[in-house]
Write a protein that binds this ligand. Structure first.
Ligand code: ADP
Length: 483
């Protein structure tokens, strides 16, 4: 992997704690999902080491919080610049450990870095408030202060951006940060430490603690009284465990959990645009994002035409090693992911669905899987209630608006939703009635650092991105003075 990098020193395998590079008693392997070979052995932090990192973060935070917003903004900006100067190398590292096509990985680096840029700017705008007093002698001021040490647990599907969109607002607010990346993708997290160091972020403000022991580290984050904020992206199942664990210390929590995104195509939609949107929305990252379309609802009048166009377009897309330039589908993350896709296809076909494209593991072997489209999807099939997290597009047929809104909302999840339509009154009605934190209208891509990303229902708590995103890392203090 080093030979593929312009700057091989970016490939670091140790933990970054208190500004130092730390090894431990053990390491764990990182494999390239496209080839199955081990590409690195990374320091496996023990719970005691993570506890040490939290202590360092606590000390560093006190000083960091005293910096002016402008001072914090300046080093965060340098961190952003370094990410962009090294975009290609960061993308290669990301693809090597995670599998997504390297052009998509470069896109993720730019997206991830944008949170550092945006929140560097916001660092200067953490405004308080004055409120007219309730008595003649009273003066009321509200100030916003950093919560303290923030700890993050993140998944493998966006190894860079899931960390930056937490670390950006945390550091801008004056919090310090301890990141525990997914064990599949620690290298993309550790390199953020390398660049944080180069950018001049003070020792202990940003720490990376790779560890294969997820539940131990989760417990340490929840039980260590120095941690005042837990920020998690991952499954609803693990989110529930962490919320339960965090209850004892009444810790503030942000949770970006699972989705089961509906993608609705009405009969007045621009069908070509809908096909293009569906491809980006469903197949980006091989279907492995929490905002990927999981259920595609197509109105009866355009159902067959949409299915045919989608099939033609997807059939032309290329599967392969993400590191070769023209690939559009990399491998899935691991064998379990392949099993899940297979299971959803088998369940659907047993219940009467037809596979019109793909349906099988790819001839490339390993964890490569053919992009798959099934028609005749119905609500009793597993993918109607469960996220597939893979390249499977099930097409459901519906007749009218109220029916499809009810179907779309019939889930415990409420992260992203999408629909294609042109009738204005329909557009307003559907946008207002979808019970989701995010609604994409005539677009399949909704992620940006300038907008608040997050879910309702069991998809999560809190928002990331936009000026709202920094609030998750701030406490309000109300000061009442008698004059
Ligand atoms: P995914 O499908 O992305 O793997 P998970 O919710 O299983 O979703 O994992 C998200 C992150 O949470 C990963 O970094 C994983 O290692 C971590 N994780 C899994 N179980 C626990 C746990 N019990 N406590 C803390 N972290 C956990």
């Amino acid at each position: 992997l080093k030979s593929h990098l312009k700057d091989p020193t970016l490939l670091e395998t140790r933990a970054y704690i208190g500004g130092e590079w730390i090894t431990g008693e053990a390491t764990f392997d990182v494999t390239n999902p496209a080839r199955g070979d081990v590409i690195a052995q990374v320091t496996d932090c023990s719970r005691a080491q993570v506890s040490g990192a939290i202590a360092q973060a606590q000390t560093a935070q006190k000083e960091w919080a005293k910096w002016t917003g402008k001072e914090r903004a300046a080093v965060l900006r340098r961190w952003f610049d370094l990410m962009m100067e090294n975009q290609q190398d960061l993308a290669v590292i990301l693809t090597a450990e995670m599998g997504k096509p390297v052009t998509e990985a470069a896109g993720e680096i730019a997206y991830g870095a944008s949170f550092i840029e945006f929140f560097a700017e916001e660092a200067k705008r953490i405004y308080g408030e004055t409120i007219p007093g309730h008595q003649r002698d009273k003066r009321i001021t509200v100030i916003k202060q950093p919560i303290g040490v923030a700890a993050s647990i993140t998944p493998w599907n966006f190894p860079n951006a899931m960390i930056t969109r937490k670390a950006g607002p945390a550091l801008a607010a004056g919090c310090s940060f301890v990141a525990r990346p997914a064990a599949e993708t620690p290298l993309s997290a550790i390199v953020l430490g390398v660049l944080a160091d180069r950018a001049g972020i003070p020792a202990g403000v940003f720490n990376v603690v790779p560890s294969s022991r997820a539940s131990d580290i989760g417990k340490e984050f929840c039980e260590n009284p120095a941690v005042r904020k837990l920020t998690f992206t991952g499954s609803t199942e693990v989110g529930r465990i962490l919320l339960r664990q965090a209850a004892d210390s009444v810790m503030k929590c942000s949770m970006e959990l699972g989705g089961n995104a509906p993608f609705i195509v009405f009969d007045d939609a621009d069908l070509d645009a809908a096909v293009e949107g569906a491809i980006m929305c469903k197949f980006r990252n091989n279907g492995q994002t929490c905002v990927c379309a999981n259920r595609i609802y197509v109105q009866a009048g355009v159902y067959d035409a949409f299915a045919a166009k989608l099939k033609d377009a997807v059939a032309k897309m290329k599967i392969g090693d993400g590191l070769s330039g023209d690939t559009q589908f990399g491998p899935l993350i691991n064998a379990d992911a392949v099993e899940k896709v297979k299971e959803h296809i088998a369940d659907a076909t047993a219940k009467g669905a037809q596979v019109i494209l793909g349906g099988n593991p790819s001839e490339l072997g390993g964890t490569f899987f053919e992009p798959t489209i099934v028609t005749g999807a119905t609500r009793d099939m597993e993918f109607a209630t469960e996220e597939t997290f893979g390249p499977l597009a099930p097409l459901f047929k519906f007749e009218d608006e109220d029916e499809v809104i009810a179907l779309a909302n019939d889930t415990i999840f409420g992260l992203a939703s999408y629909f294609y339509a042109r009738d204005l009154s329909r557009v307003y009605k559907v946008a207002e009635e979808l019970e989701y934190g995010i609604v994409g209208i005539n677009t399949g891509i909704i992620s940006t650092e300038v907008a608040p990303f997050g879910g309702v229902k069991q998809s999560g708590l809190g928002r990331e991105g936009s000026h709202h995103g920094i609030e998750d890392y701030l406490e309000m203090k109300y000061i009442c003075m008698s004059v």
